[in-house]
Write a protein that binds this ligand. Sequence first.
Ligand code: FE
Length: 180
Amino acid sequence: MLLKHMLRVNITVLALLLACAALVSCDSAKPNQAESARIRTKLEAIPLDQKVQFTNDEWKYILTGCQYYVLRRRGTELPFANAYWHTHEKGIYFCAACGNPLFSSDAKYDSGTGWPSFWQPIGGDAVSAASHSSFSGGTEIMCARCGSHLGHVFDDGPRPSGLRYCMNSAALKFVKAVGN
Ligand code: FE
């Protein structure tokens, strides 16, 4: 009798545990989308003239794997196999992470490297540079608003600046000018 009772209690406990497990697994599918939406809303609420300071865990929710690799892990994409290396349309290139305007197509030129290249940023405070050169001989360039990695700058660019901002397409989002 006692054994039967204990067995029944154990089955009830097991059923409860299974129900909890089911709830947890359902919950873990939804919060990803909810969390992405929450972080996107949080980002959109920050005025463009204010810095964005998100953790990498937060960025993971709103960036693609490729964007995260370049922007947050300082990765470099392949030359001649990226979205904007050969783009000649008029428009603005924004930070793919935070939406900060970074480069105008007016400063884009064909560097022959296979990466989108610009001779100057759209404004003096659009990007920031690391304090020391990297192993490639260039200086790391970050978005001045969110600190995400964009690429490197080299001193072999065209006049008037003599600079070559060698960027990763995955770090940029191009928006075509209206009428083009
Ligand atoms: Fe940014």
